[in-house]
Design a protein around this ligand. Structure first.
Ligand code: PMP
Length: 381
């Protein structure tokens, strides 16, 4: 079964572009434009001839801004030496996995999860264990299942809050408990914080960095989502001090450095728009509410206070159809969403990115509801 999840994830990476006219709710790409002040920063930097390499670990000014942003959000300020500017969150996750994983070792990942963890771990020859990811709050991380993976030899536990694909946000207590467990097993945490600024309660998501775990936590971060700059490719990895050399070697040899334009835009972003995530969260919360009511009986039963990000995870198992079948049928009607099989081996889920304006979303969600209900399956849960 896990192979299927990998196959679907890789097939999605290789999928052709979406047809013109389709409503694409399949990619984690904010539909808001890059803020104009950041466009200006990019243009200014190019006109000033800033097109060369930066230091491998990134511009010092940016690394300082990133450390400051983490401190603002969490109260914990990482040492500059432990902050590396990466090729987006993707680069941060890849470097952290490669730094800890050794062939024959193991990693524990959430189920469901963003596919990169599994795809890369399998390529690195590492055994993948999973823990069922619960709804947000204290119960998000199944510590029993994590402990089983650690006893089986895993050295790294991945947590992703807010989650792609479910939106669940972990409580600080859940993260503190994870830190204690990981410490007991001399293992590490990879906290993927790609959506940490987009939390519907209006707060920033808790990080294990600030809950007793700074020396056992890799924090993977990105400018992509909060600042609508997915294609500029800048993120950051905060690492436990003992991994400084491994991280520098892996990032330096695979990325060279993050793109200079993105780094300069990143500095401007953190200086001029520190609360951008909160504004986005308010916008996505409103879309979520709209989407849940449009989906009617297919809406998940969740508390928005414990959700974030911009994905709606739809449990369509009672249609009796597969995620691939449902997403094919939606594509035929001009709506592109992700089959849940990209994220989990349990079939019958869809992931819908709420990354379109209200009119497009209303249109798309009406079609989703029709397709899910086509066999007369509309009973309330
Ligand atoms: N982590 C998660 C959970 C994601 O969903 C994504 C993007 N879809 C990323 C990391 C990385 O994004 P990027 O490389 O654009 O920063």
């Amino acid at each position: 079964m896990p192979d299927d999840a990998t196959d679907d994830a890789v097939r999605r990476m290789m999928a052709p572009e979406v047809a013109a006219g389709d409503i694409d709710l399949s990619v984690g790409e904010p539909d808001q434009a890059l803020p104009s002040g950041l466009v200006e920063a990019a243009v200014r930097s190019l006109r000033a001839g800033r097109t060369g390499y930066t230091p491998k670990l990134g511009l010092t000014e940016l690394r300082e801004e990133i450390a400051g942003d983490i401190e603002r959000a969490s109260g914990f300020r990482p040492a500059l030496d432990d902050v590396v500017v990466t090729l987006g969150g993707t680069g941060a996750v890849a470097v952290a996995l490669a730094a800890v994983c050794v062939p024959g070792g193991g990693v524990v990942i959430p189920d469901p999860a963003w596919p990169n963890y599994r795809v890369l771990a399998e390529r690195l020859g590492v055994t993948v264990h999973t823990y069922p990811q619960g709804p947000g709050g204290d119960g998000m991380i199944d510590l029993e299942a994590v402990a089983a993976g650690l006893r089986a030899g895993a050295r790294l536990v991945v947590v992703n809050s807010p989650s792609n694909p479910t939106g669940a946000v972990a409580s600080a207590a859940a993260l503190r408990a994870l830190v204690a467990l990981v410490r007991e097993h001399r293992a590490y945490i990879l906290s993927d914080e790609a959506y940490e600024a987009i939390v519907f309660s209006g707060d920033r998501a808790a990080s294990p960095l600030a809950h007793g775990g700074h020396d056992v936590t890799f924090s993977a971060r990105t400018f992509s989502k909060t600042y609508s700059m997915t294609g500029l490719r800048a993120g950051a990895l905060i690492s436990p001090p003992e991994f400084r050399v491994a991280v520098a070697a892996l990032h330096g040899t695979t990325a060279g450095c993050a793109p200079v334009t993105a780094q300069l835009v990143g500095i401007e972003a953190l200086r001029s728009l520190p609360d951008r995530g909160r504004d986005l969260a308010a916008a996505y919360r409103a879309r979520f509410e709209r989407a849940l009511s449009a989906l009617g009986p297919w809406a998940q039963d969740v508390s928005l206070e414990r959700l974030g990000g911009f994905y709606l995870w739809v449990d369509a198992r009672r249609t009796g159809r597969t995620g691939n079948d449902l997403s094919d049928r939606l594509r035929e009607r001009g709506v592109v969403v992700s089959s849940g099989t990209v994220y989990t081996a349990t079939d019958g889920f869809l992931r819908i990115a709420l990354t379109a304006d209200d009119d497009a979303l209303d249109k798309a969600l009406t079609i989703v509801r029709e397709v899910l209900s086509m066999d007369g399956t509309t009973d309330e849960r």
